[in-house]
Ligand binder design. Structure first.
Ligand code: PLP
Length: 231
C-alpha cells in the first residue's frame, strides 16, 4: 500500500473539491500522471470537448492544442471522416487479436509502414504506445545478443535529456533525472552527454585512438536503442 507523507492525507481528504458540470465532486481517486495532483485539485483545468485544433474547456473557452492531444491527434480533433471510419470498423470488428490469429488489415498496415521505412527495416512489430515500443526494443536488442551467443552484452546507452516513455525500459534509458530519481538503477544504462551528438559518429567511424570517455563507451557498449552494435 502506498503511504502518503504524514499529514498529506488529512489535508487532501478534507479539501472541498470543486465540482464538474454534472455537479460531481472531483474525487482523489484519479492519480494524474506528470501532474502536481494536489495543486490541480486546488485549481482544476478541465476540458469538456475538442474540435479541430482546439480543446473546449468547461467554461466554453477555446484552447489551442499545441501538442495535438499529446501527439495522438495530428489530423485534428473530431474529424468527421475519422469518426466515420472508426464507427464503420467498430460495426464490423471491434478487436482483432494478434496472438496466433490475424486480420488482413494488420498485414496491410505493416506493408504500408515497411514501404515508408529505409531498405532493411522491413519487419513491423506493433505496440500500443511509445513506452511499450521502447521496452520492446530493449527486449529485442537483448534477445539479439543472446541468440548471437553473447548474453553478457546487456548494458544500454541513453542520452542526457532523452525521453523514452514511462515503462521500466524507457524510464531507465531516458536522460531526464527527475523522472528516474525515485527508482534507483532499474536497468544497466549509461547516459551520454548531449554535447557529443555531432562528434560521436565521426569519431567512431574513424576509430580515433584517443577518445574521450563517452566515445569509448559508444564503442564498448553492446546495445543501443536504435540497433545493436556490430560484434
Ligand atoms: C522518443 C519517445 N519515446 C517514447 C515516448 C513515450 O510514448 P507514449 O507516451 O506513447 O508511451 C515518447 C513520447 O513522447 C517519445 O517521444
Amino acid at each position: 500500500m502506498f503511504e502518503l507523507k504524514s499529514g498529506l492525507k488529512d489535508r487532501t481528504t478534507s479539501r472541498a473539491y470543486p465540482a464538474d458540470e454534472q455537479g460531481t465532486a472531483l474525487n482523489q481517486h484519479f492519480w494524474m500522471p506528470f501532474s502536481a495532483n494536489r495543486d490541480f485539485r486546488a485549481n482544476p483545468r478541465m476540458i469538456a470537448g475538442a474540435e479541430g485544433r482546439y480543446y473546449i474547456d468547461d467554461q466554453g473557452r477555446k484552447l489551442f492544442d499545441s501538442l495535438s492531444g499529446l501527439w495522438t491527434c495530428g489530423a485534428g480533433h473530431n474529424r468527421e471522416e475519422i469518426q466515420k471510419a472508426v464507427a464503420a470498423q467498430l460495426g464490423t470488428l471491434d478487436f482483432a487479436p494478434g496472438f496466433q490469429i490475424g486480420h488482413p488489415l494488420a498485414f496491410k498496415l505493416a506493408e504500408k509502414v515497411a514501404s515508408l521505412t529505409p531498405a532493411g527495416l522491413d519487419h513491423v512489430f506493433f505496440t500500443n504506445s511509445g513506452s511499450e515500443a521502447a521496452d520492446t526494443s530493449v527486449k529485442m536488442a537483448k534477445a539479439y545478443w543472446r541468440l548471437k551467443g553473447k548474453p553478457e552484452k546487456t548494458r544500454m546507452i541513453g542520452r542526457a535529456k532523452g525521453y523514452h516513455g514511462v515503462n521500466i525500459g524507457g524510464t531507465s534509458l531516458g536522460g531526464i533525472g527527475g523522472n528516474r530519481k525515485h527508482y534507483g538503477q532499474l536497468m544497466d544504462v549509461t547516459h551520454l552527454p548531449i554535447r557529443c551528438k555531432r562528434a560521436m559518429p565521426i569519431l567512431v567511424a574513424k576509430r580515433k585512438p584517443a577518445l574521450s570517455w563517452p566515445m569509448r563507451c559508444w564503442i564498448k557498449l553492446p546495445c543501443t536503442m536504435r540497433r545493436p552494435l556490430p560484434p
